[in-house]
Design a protein around this ligand. Structure first.
Ligand code: ATP
Ligand code: RIB
Length: 309
């Protein structure tokens, strides 16, 4: 069983449920407000630990009230938080989320996440060992991500980058990434396009995979996930579920993917687990609320099989 280390952001998500976005200069009345602990790093760490992986989260919070709430919340999960640092005179990252029926819009103000620096990365990543897994994203300073990936690769650690939100540094990072997990929009940005036509995407992914040593798996929302297995492009559809909130679906996918690989699953099995787990997670409001335990994913998969027999 590999240890999973997740380096990344932790935010207080302030979620406003509303029927539409205000126009510039306009005030509208929203329907509901909720506060959830989020941030791509923390979300992925929670997903991995709920799956049952031995998971360490590396990140920074502020000395404000939200910092205390975040710590209290994450302490309820089976997570190693020993390296989480509380920064003086700095606020905890905030994600302002407008939740609409069709999708959500998010603005992140990084706060303490922006203070993850080379010294922090040097100290924390040097503790990783060969065979461990490092999972990270792009919501903290990108130069420190690069440094973390380089250090981890030197140590024989399996590296996974979820390139979200997309940043132009990604091509430069490829030599240090074993597995890259963009969503469709991020994959389009990676190949320099605004969007990819539905009937072309599988071929484009197959062509990309032929050129690069980094393994790619593209998450595609309600359409599921596409990757290349034994030179064949494979799409595993997502499950039809009753969707409440897709915030953090990608994070659930990434956390479970890392955890399942760490447990020794082969790539195909790990992607199936992650795809099923992510489908389960979208049925509750809040990024982490619906993240499943491994036993819940297994039960869900069994129900899918039973419904066909
Ligand atoms: P987010 O930024 O909202 O966290 P993302 O854009 O990174 O998500 P997606 O590709 O939208 O990631 O979704 C990740 C995975 O979540 C999908 O591959 C799928 O398994 C699951 N998923 C997402 N949306 C749905 C949906 N509407 N129904 C079922 N499963 C879904
Ligand atoms: O991926 C979802 C996350 O993105 C939210 O929890 C929010 O904090 C933003 O970082």
């Amino acid at each position: 069983m590999s240890k999973i280390t997740i380096l990344g952001s932790v935010n207080m998500d302030i979620v406003i449920t509303t029927t539409r976005m205000p126009r510039i200069g306009e005030t509208i009345i929203g329907e509901q407000i909720d506060y959830f602990v989020g941030g791509k790093g923390a979300n992925q760490a929670v997903a991995a630990s709920r799956y049952g992986a031995s998971t360490k989260f590396l990140g920074k919070i502020g000395e404000d009230t939200f910092g205390g709430k975040v710590l209290q919340h994450l302490s309820r999960e089976a997570l190693d938080l020993s390296a989480v640092s509380r920064e003086k005179n700095m606020f905890t990252g905030i994600a302002s989320i407008f939740k609409l029926a069709e999708d959500n819009c998010i603005t992140v103000v990084p706060g303490a996440n922006g203070l993850i620096d080379e010294a922090y990365v040097q100290q924390t990543i040097s503790e990783l060992s060969q065979g461990d897994i490092l999972l990270t994203q792009l919501e903290i300073p990108v130069e420190t991500i690069k440094q973390a990936l380089i250090l981890a690769k030197k140590k024989g650690v399996l590296t996974i980058l979820n390139p979200a939100p997309y940043n132009e540094i990604v091509p430069e990072l490829l030599p240090y990434i074993d597995i890259l997990t963009p969503n469709e929009t991020e994959f389009a940005a990676l190949i320099g396009k605004e969007a990819i036509l539905e009937d072309e995407i599988e071929q484009v992914i197959a062509d990309w995979q032929k050129k690069y040593a980094t393994r790619i798996v593209v998450t595609r929302g309600s359409k599921g996930v596409t990757f290349v297995e034994k030179s064949q492009v494979v799409t595993i559809p997502s499950n039809k579920v009753s969707v409440v909130d897709t915030t953090g679906a990608g994070d659930t996918f990434n956390g479970i993917l890392a955890a399942a690989l760490g447990e020794g699953a082969d790539f195909y099995e790990a992607v199936c687990m992650a795809n099923n787990g992510a489908s389960l997670s979208v049925q509750k409001l809040g990024a982490q609320t619906g993240m499943p335990l491994k036993s819940e994913i297994e039960e869900f998969m069994k129900q899918q099989v039973d419904s066909f027999t």
